[in-house]
Design a protein around this ligand. Structure first.
Ligand code: 5RP
Length: 219
């Protein structure tokens, strides 16, 4: 099976977590694009979607799914999104698509985070994938120096401006053995909008695409 087939398989499996009559939280990325296609087949069953990016919003609307503003909602039952890495506790690195801030906002509204990934994303320790961080532009150099002090190599992602008008810094060389404390620390640094460690908002369920079928991990 190709990576794209594995993504399509887990995206279809995520339909089992869609709650009738509810607004569904929808993430961003190539795996989620498959989920949006699958969601369109049951759009009459849901009240709409809350989206984590301009790209997903356009795609949802293109499939005839109503998009509800996050500010109009208090809770949603489920948020479905991909990840760049996920560990055995459901902690993730996210932000490869530069949408991490809105992803964390929608994840915060959700009762349950369902992560959809192919098996290559499951790791023992987070950090092989360079950690994305959304940073206010004037703080990029300062934040990069702080990462250097902790052994990371930070580089601004070329040509990328987030939906919120900020920069993305990708940090290689980190071994994230304590995701929650590292997330908490980096989020305190001046100029950091959001760090792409999702430990406080970790997944409760991971649908893992394998060539033998979908494995469900519960955390
Ligand atoms: C976007 C994300 C994505 O969930 C992550 O990059 C995975 O994307 P894909 O499904 O394309 O592999 O965090 O900001």
């Amino acid at each position: 099976m190709t990576a794209d087939q594995l993504k399509a398989q887990v995206a279809r499996a995520a339909l089992d977590y869609v709650v009738d009559g509810a607004v569904i939280g929808v993430g961003t990325g190539s795996t989620v694009n498959h989920f949006i296609e699958a969601l369109a087949t049951v759009r009459h069953r849901i009240a709409g979607a809350v989206s984590s990016s301009e790209a997903s919003t356009a795609r949802l609307r293109g499939h005839g799914i109503e998009v509800v503003e996050a500010g109009q909602l208090e809770r949603v039952p489920v948020y479905v999104d991909g990840a760049d890495e996920i560990d055995g506790r459901g902690c993730m690195i996210k932000g490869g698509g530069a949408a991490l801030t809105r992803e964390k906002i929608v994840a915060d509204l959700a009762d349950r985070f369902v992560c959809i990934v192919d098996q290559s994303k499951l790791v023992g320790t987070l950090g092989r994938y360079p950690l994305p961080v959304e940073v206010i532009p004037m703080a990029v150099a300062q934040v990069a120096r702080r990462f250097a002090e902790m052994g990371g190599r930070a580089a601004q992602r070329a040509g990328v401006v987030t939906d919120n008008g900020n920069a993305i810094v990708d940090v290689a060389g980190l071994s994230i053995t304590e995701p929650l404390s590292m997330e908490t620390e980096i989020n305190q640094w001046p100029g950091v909008v959001t760090v792409g460690i999702f430990a406080r908002h970790r997944a409760q369920v991971c649908l893992l695409g394998t060539s033998e079928g979908v494995r469900t991990l519960k955390f």
